[in-house]
Structure formats: C-alpha cells, structure tokens
Ligand binder design. Structure first.
Ligand SMILES: Cc1ncc(COP(=O)(O)O)c(C=O)c1O
Length: 408
C-alpha cells in the first residue's frame, strides 16, 4: 500500500486547541497571563498536587529546579546515561557536576545499586528519568536520598501519565519536571511544567523563570494598573506564554483518551512482533502505570540480520519516521572531553543506545497507519533474518537480553 511519510511523534491537534489559540490572539494578551494560570491549575489537579509552575521547556524546568534546590559548584548530581542531553546540561548549567549511574538493562531506568556505588561526600542530588514513561524504582531511590540527605529532581519528560505504587510521577522528589515539546504526550509546541514538594521552592522557580522579578511581575501591565516590581534574584527568561497554554489546556483534557489509544497501539505492536528476532519493551511492572511514551525495539545485528542503523534506513525508505532514544550520554564528544566519560564504562546504556529504535506511537496514528508500520517492520526483519536463526523466531525477553548484556 502507498503511504505518505508518517511523522515520528506527530501531535494530535484538534479544533479546540485551534479555536483557543485564535481567542487568545484576539484577546490581545498573548504572553504569560490567565491561560497560563489556568493550565497550571488544571495540570496540578491532574497530578493530584496542590501547585505547579509553567515554564518554556522541560530543559528550563530542570535547570530552574537544580538552581532552586541550591545545587551548584562542587556539588555532584547522579543521573542516568540513557537520557536526552538536556538532563545532563541542566546540571552543568547550574554549575554542578553530573555523575552517571548505569541503567537496569530490562527497565532501561537508572539502577539504584549503581546510584549507591556513585554516592560520595560531595553528592547532593539524584535526577532519575522515567524512561519511555516507565516509572523508576522510586522506593529504592527515595531511600538512598533519605539516607544521604539528597535532593531528588524527577525528569518526567516522558511521564505525564506515569504512576508508581498509586502515586503520580513527579510528586516523589523535591521537584518534578515535565515536557510539552512537540512529540510529547501533551504538547504546547514547546513548554514545560514544574511540580515542587514545597511551595516556597516552586515560588523561587517562578521568580527565576522571569528575570528574578518579584512575585506576579507578569501582571504589571494588567487592567489593575501598572505595578512596580523589584529584581530579587539574578534570574532567567523562560516563562510560558498564554499562546502555548491555549494549546496545553485542551491537550490536557484529552490526555487520558490519548493514553488509551497509545496503549492499544503498544499492545498491537507487542502481538505483531512477538515472533521476530528483536527485543520488545518489558511489560509494565505491577502497581505501576506506564505512560507509553516510547515503543522501543532493540535490534541486535547478530540476531536480527541487520544493524540498528540499517533498520532505521529501511524504515525511512518505507516512509516511516523513527527515533533513537538515546545514544548513551558518554557517546557524545562534549562529555567525553569534559568529564572523561567512555561508553564502555556504562555498558547497559551503551548497548541499549546502540541497538534501540523507537517506532511511531502517537495517538494521531490511524489503524491503517499502525498496520502499515507493523507490515513494514515485519517485512524488513523477516527478510533480513531469514536463514540466520534456526532456534525459533521468538522475540527475546528482556531478561534474556539482560543476561546477554552481562555475558551470562
Ligand atoms: C528525558 C528528557 N528530558 C528532558 C527533555 C527536555 O525537554 P524539552 O524539550 O521540553 O526542553 C527531553 C526532551 O525530549 C527528554 O526526553
């Protein structure tokens, strides 16, 4: 069948968002204002948390949280090597030193035993990333944090809907940071949100996000008359605009419907690929809720008959947009030069980063498009792997894969 290019992570924008953006433009108030306040309130309610602060991106949310947590020069912050560069950059921009702790190869999340190995007298915080929407082992992480008096800043860029033991991701740590980037489960084009355990900390992030100007400075041009403000901190410029919030308000109202749709697609992929010589995502753990943000296949060349990069090319040739989440952080030259990190020192993240492919999982995908992706993946992998494996073409479970990683 012929198929237009399927954009990876295409957002599902509906009439409600478009009409709200038009109303916002017509209102004359497009910067930070009432729609941002409404979006914050509705996001906090969704997360069952008393307060939230909207900002320009998750990167900004992370940076502001690291600063508001009081972290800076001389402080070490432990995070995962399997993440987007923004997680590490936020720590660096605050002047602190990132320290990597390898992942669990089954869950792809930071491994608590590895965190323990990396704690020193200088460690001041842990930044767990709920990778692909799967909750980190928050019991173990919070226990380490409590024992060593560490701050916890959760990177929830993939994890708006994620829950762990009945509690929402982003409400365990001192701060929880969310992304509304174009490919995310809720989008505002660009945007981010911060949850904080303590209201004072959240207030500090708000001030830092708007130049360090005193509280409610965004209201200085409102119909209540001009208000003086004072600069009380040396801040940044990363406030969210009402134009963005106009999109986010309606996106958030469909968050559960879209989650259900992605769950259907996720299960369809699981069924369709069960007999292929690739590793499928681990099933969600009991008492957790997966956000189904990324559906990842691991392509091991020896088993699959083609390399991950050949698979990426084949998908693109089939008009299917795919992603890589992520080449491990130590693969990037800037971190190798600055911190001396080497991929082989974080073997699980290295292996996942070199084998992983993310398939389209947007709620916008039609049934026909999902069938098209299924057929293309099966064709590419079946053709390439024919004759290479004789041991029954069952997709390997994560546990087998983990053992392979460990050489067991
Ligand atoms: C794990 C992770 N952290 C942080 C970010 C940064 O988010 P944003 O693009 O909203 O700054 C992303 C974005 O892709 C991400 O995937």
């Amino acid at each position: 069948m012929s198929q237009d290019f399927i954009i990876f992570g295409a957002p599902q924008i509906e009439r409600d968002e478009i009409d709200e953006v038009v109303r916002c433009l017509e209102s004359g108030w497009i910067g930070t204002g009432p729609r941002v306040a409404q979006f914050e309130k509705e996001f906090a309610a969704y997360k069952q948390h008393p307060f939230a602060a909207a900002v320009g991106s998750c990167t900004a949310a992370m940076h502001l949280s690291v600063v508001a947590a009081g972290l800076g020069e001389g402080d070490e912050v432990i995070t995962t090597p399997l993440t987007f560069c923004a997680t590490v950059n936020a720590i660096i921009h605050a002047g602190a030193t990132p320290v990597l702790a390898d992942i669990d190869p089954v869950t792809m999340n930071i491994e608590p035993a590895e965190i323990k190995r990396r704690v020193t007298a200088r460690t001041k915080a842990i930044v767990p990333v709920h990778f692909a929407g799967r909750a980190c082992d928050m019991d173990a992480i919070m226990e380490i944090a409590d024992r060593h008096n560490l701050k916890v800043i959760e990177d929830c860029a993939h994890a708006i809907e994620t829950e762990y033991h009945g509690r929402k991701a982003g409400t365990f740590g001192d701060f929880g940071c969310f992304s509304f980037y174009a490919t995310k489960n809720v989008t505002t084009g660009e945007g981010g949100m911060i949850l904080a355990r303590h209201e004072d900390d959240l207030a500090r992030t708000r001030i830092l996000a708007l130049h360090g100007m005193s509280k409610d400075a965004w209201k200085r041009f409102s119909d209540e008359g001009y208000k003086h403000y004072f600069v009380i901190d040396s801040g940044f410029k990363c406030n969210m605009m009402d134009l963005q919030a106009a999109i986010g308000i309606h996106q958030l109202r469909r968050v559960e419907d879209n989650w259900k749709r992605r769950e259907v697609i996720w299960n369809r992929y699981n069924d369709a690929f069960a007999d292929l010589p690739v590793t499928l995502p681990a099933s969600p753990e009991p008492s957790t809720r997966h956000a189904y943000h990324l559906y990842t296949l691991l392509i091991d060349e020896a088993g699959a008959g083609l390399s991950r990069d050949d698979f990426l090319e084949a998908m693109t040739a089939n008009n299917i947009g795919v992603g890589v989440h992520y080449l491990s952080i130590p693969e990037h030259p800037v971190y190798q030069e600055r911190f001396g990190w080497r991929p082989r020192d974080y073997p699980h993240a290295m292996r996942v980063g070199r084998e992983t492919v993310s398939l389209p999982l947007s709620a916008k995908l039609t049934d026909r498009e999902v069938s098209y992706v299924v057929e293309a993946v099966r064709n590419v992998l079946s053709a390439k792997s024919k004759g290479r494996r004789t041991d029954g073409l069952r997709a390997r479970s994560r546990v087998q894969h983990a053992n392979a990683c460990l050489g067991t």
